[in-house]
Design a protein around this ligand. Sequence first.
Ligand code: GFB
Length: 320
Amino acid sequence: MEEKKSRISLDNKKIWVVGHNGMVGNSILKKLKKYKSNLLVTEKKDLDLRCQEKVQNWMKRKKPEVIFLAAAKVGGIAANMAFPRDFLYDNVMISFNIINSAKLINVNKLVYLGSSCIYPKNVKQPFVEDSLLKGELESSNQWYSLAKIAGIKLCEAFRIQDNCNFISVMPTNLYGPMDKFDDINGHVPAALLNRFHLAKINDLPKVTVWGSGTPLREFLYVDDLADACIFLAKNYNSSQLINVGSGYEISIKKFANLIKEIVGYKGKIIFDSSKPDGMKRKMLNSEKIKKIGWKPRISLKKGLKLFYKWYLNNQNILRR
Ligand code: GFB
């Protein structure tokens, strides 16, 4: 259901960035600092987002007017396969508690963060937004995918039934500061950056890259995504989800070689075919956001250089 709602200003608002310690929330928070707004954050130890009562009480007390919902249990392919309960239960509970309470306190705008893994594995690519629920999900991340689809549909349901201005944003594969760098939890950019760096400083002769190296991925630097989320918070008011991609895809093999070059590692790369490939290709069609006036600014090479610089400067806070 398309609606006519005017452009929203982010100045002089109470804005809650949910998940500010994660890669996406951290970047959104950083960008929001230029607005004259009251920014709210919560720490995991103080507020369990999976608990409906606590979330509702906190939101009734603090009354945020705008919410960026970037809190989620996230991780790469190995974590998705190892922790199905966490990926489904935690993510459904977090999303449902916050979205429902946002309606109760009349939030002006809620931006819900999804993922490109919500799209079915066998539909035409690049994925258009209309492909949602048109086929079977990729098994390696079905739990996360199901939870995110439920969140998208709940935003849509609140818009239909209660006229809530909740929107759903689907980023492609992201990379950047504050991601997790270990083998189990890491997405491929962070896991490989860490592995190549450790191989370089320890003079190791080879680095292992998972799978066949043939899958294709589209990568977007997280600061571009944060920029898109803020743009959409101000300008987009529709029940239909909206994709945010870079428009550039690369094979895992070429990607690994690019990281090797940026890190300055001189050894060999070997592929471990006992590890999963996951989706063969995962590319978004981002025409819709382009048409309404937003495009990414950071190329893959530039983004990976920024990422490596951040990694080197923040060794003390790395999650690995
Ligand atoms: O980022 P990633 O783990 O997840 O990337 P997905 C997986 C791809 O990179 C597979 C290859 O083709 C892997 O075989 N790969 C190579 C590696 N080396 C490594 C490595 O050391 N670590 C990892 N993790 N992969 C994600 C979901 O799926 O898509 C997220 O896991 C999210 O939840 C995201 O939804 C959009 O791209 O397969």
